[in-house]
Design a protein around this ligand. Structure first.
Ligand code: GZL
Length: 320
């Protein structure tokens, strides 16, 4: 009997020491801490982007530290540095402009913290300063805008004159959307960029730009606005001047957010190239893969569509 008792006791010790016995200690999963620097809140698109990232982090159980830089690169750099000092697991940011990021990204690299570019891209002197990019192909968007112009106006005799209200100077969307359009115009020389001015992706500046365009190039056929907010601002000025938007002057916009789609339904905008801010879930998936050491794509382009005033209204997306 004694032997059996001793064996049972030794077995008990073995089980406990091996840790395979049941423990009532709660297993606390370490939550991923994710620092995100948002560039600002200049447009409907940006608001949708911020809301989607917050929603996706909440649903993924990721602890999000969110900073709004109010359209100031220095604030973004400060936010990224604070994420580094906080020792977050992953940093991501939507870079307001392409340049000026090398030093802060070298600090993140030295701290061993992976960095994801979200939405916009950057240019750096050094290679390998960020881990992945997830966003849109802005050059493709510019090409789609140009293709619609050729399809809708290519039959015209003579020159087709286009004015451009571009986004934030030196931002990757403004650069890509311009270069994509120029690519199409190189193959269709009857299309001429008669005037270009930056509206910083803001509705208020879109109004100011359209006033300038009506002074400098009143005889344009098409307005190309790099986002809906600036297109809506331009529409207000056109209507105040007795110009029928989408008719007297055709309008091509980018984003396909709520106000742009409303104007498309009213045929005040003729074509919108979609730029999707709804990348929150894909971003969180990328964060998990990077943290868990799983394979992940270095570049993820979001699928996007082109909407026109000839689409069935019921087929258009409904935006929150
Ligand atoms: C594009 C994004 C742009 C949107 C604008 O990915 O960076 O910035 O097109 C927004 O509406 O302001």
């Amino acid at each position: 009997m004694k032997i059996k008792a001793i064996i049972a006791f030794l077995a008990f010790i073995l089980v406990i020491s091996s840790g395979c016995g049941k423990t009532d200690e709660p297993v606390i999963e370490e939550r991923i801490v994710f620092g995100f620097s948002q560039l600002g809140d200049e447009s409907e698109w940006r608001t949708s982007s911020s809301n989607d990232i917050k929603r996706a982090a909440e649903e993924a159980g990721i602890q999000l530290i969110f900073d709004n830089a109010q359209q100031n690169q220095f604030n973004q750099i400060k936010a990224i540095r604070s994420f580094i000092l906080n020792g977050v697991d992953v940093i991501a940011f939507s870079p307001i402009v392409e340049g000026g990021w090398d030093n802060i990204l070298m600090e993140a690299k030295a701290a061993g913290i992976p960095v994801i570019l979200v939405d916009r891209n950057i240019k750096t002197e050094e290679e390998g300063l960020y881990t992945a990019f997830i966003g849109s192909d802005f050059f493709w968007e510019g090409v789609q805008a140009g293709k619609w112009m050729v399809e809708r106006f290519g039959y015209r005799q003579g020159v087709v004159r286009v004015a451009e209200i571009s986004g934030t100077v030196n931002s990757s969307p403004a650069i890509g959307r311009h270069e994509g359009l120029m690519e199409v115009f190189r193959d269709n020389p009857k299309f001429v960029l008669a005037f270009s001015i930056s509206g910083d992706f803001m509705r208020s500046k879109g109004k100011e730009c359209m006033e300038e365009i009506l002074k400098a190039a009143p005889d344009i056929d098409i307005l190309y606005a790099h986002n809906d907010d600036m297109a809506i601002g331009a529409i207000e000025v056109m209507e105040e001047a007795g110009i029928l938007p989408g008719h007297d002057i055709a309008i091509v916009s980018v984003d396909a957010q709520r106000s742009g789609l409303e104007a498309l339904k009213e045929k005040k905008i003729n074509c919108i190239v979609e730029c999707s801010p709804y990348i929150g879930d894909a971003l969180m998936e990328l964060v998990f893969k990077i943290v868990n050491g799983e394979p992940f794509p270095a570049v993820t382009y979001i699928e996007e569509r082109v909407f026109t005033d000839r689409d069935d209204v019921d087929s258009l997306p409904v935006r929150p």
